[in-house]
Ligand binder design. Structure first.
Ligand code: DCP
Ligand code: MG
Ligand code: MN
Length: 325
């Protein structure tokens, strides 16, 4: 832990930022997304500021810093440490972190298991009554928890896109999420499928055919639960490249109506925080933004292109690579 006199001292809040980043990481690991986002915002705010923030009162005046984090900032500056962070080091918290790393396990389930003395992956298999998804999550725990390099996301996308085009060359496919933002590492592969002047009902047939063909080619290795309980416009599962040492990775495929492509591109590019700020902006303008379009009083304003949506919101277009707040 370096003091404010240390290296890279262009920001006087470096020590605070260090500790807050560890808290953010902890909440990300335990899938406590709201808290993780709270810390992310506070860190962004501190990074922008030039003045040294020492008290909770000063901290709470920064945009994006609530009272609870403000108090933690004061504790860090006053004591050089944060008790809450140190308490994340206890064995139960580590178990909780391990268990929330299983695909399909949230903080509530993990907590229940830990309380029942179920603390390892083997414990879950033996006594935790895991769902199918959770069993798959345990079997491929490391591969699914590791972000894949961009080239691997590109390779999996390629397999899906080529197979789809073999079914119907008129399909339009886009690889979304972190990949479209240009990230060097991707948590999963997100693909949307659409086609001009074609109804979603027709695309459902395409999705069924596509996943079947990918299963036969052993690109798709597992179907996960959500695949079975939606209206058939979304598929979630696990896929890998075809070479023998390829790793299992999460794949999401979504069907999008052609008229909604702009709104879908915007939504599924993210990131989640950028999306939140766009929705807030829409709200300020008396409108509502979601993955289907921009609406006013329930009436569609625009949805066909991303440019139209930025326009209607009165802000300059932001290329996908820059959509990280
Ligand atoms: N999304 C969102 N809010 C959520 C979940 C998703 O706005 N709660 C949007 C923004 C995301 C996109 O969907 O960028 C894809 O979701 P992912 O969970 O796949 O996230 P990313 O692709 O951004 O990151 P990762 O590399 O971890 O997959
Ligand atoms: Mg993704
Ligand atoms: Mn995804």
């Amino acid at each position: 832990m370096h003091a404010n006199t240390g290296e890279n001292d262009d920001n006087r809040n470096n020590e605070t930022i260090d500790i807050l980043t560890k808290m953010q990481k902890y909440y990300e690991d335990t899938e406590d997304n709201w808290r993780a986002i709270g810390y992310r915002k506070a860190i962004t705010s501190l990074k922008k500021g030039k003045t040294f923030i020492a008290t909770a009162e000063q901290a709470s005046k920064l945009p994006g810093v609530g009272t609870r984090i403000a108090e933690k900032i004061e504790e860090i500056v006053a004591t050089g440490r944060l008790q809450r962070l140190e308490s994340t080091d206890n064995p139960d918290d580590n178990a909780k972190r391990l268990l929330t790393g299983i695909y399909g396990v949230g903080p509530v389930q993990a907590q229940k298991w830990v309380q029942a003395g179920i603390k390892t992956l083997q414990d879950v298999l033996d006594r935790g009554k895991p769902t199918y998804d959770q069993k798959v999550g345990i079997k491929h725990y490391d591969e699914l928890n590791e972000k894949m390099p961009r080239w691997e996301a590109a390779a999996i996308s390629r397999l899906v896109i080529d197979e789809a085009r073999a079914i119907d060359p008129g399909l339009e496919l886009h690889t979304m999420g972190s990949f479209r933002r240009g990230a060097e590492k991707c948590g999963d592969v997100d693909i949307i499928i659409t086609k001009p002047n074609v109804q979603i009902t027709e695309l459902r047939g395409v999705l069924t055919k596509l996943t079947k063909r990918l299963r036969i080619r052993k690109v798709i290795t597992h179907d996960l639960a959500v695949a079975h309980n939606t209206d058939g416009s979304k598929w979630m599962g696990i896929a890998k490249r075809t070479d023998p040492d390829a790793k299992h990775r999460r794949l999401d495929i979504l069907l999008v109506p052609w008229q909604e492509l702009g709104a879908a591109l915007l939504y599924f590019t993210g990131n989640d925080i950028f999306n939140r700020s766009m929705r807030l902006l829409a709200k300020k303008r008396g409108m509502r933004l979601n993955q289907h379009g921009l609406f006013r009083d329930g009436e569609l304003v625009v949805s066909e292109t991303e440019e139209q949506i930025f326009d209607a919101l009165g802000v300059p277009f932001r290329p996908s690579h820059e959509r990280i707040p």
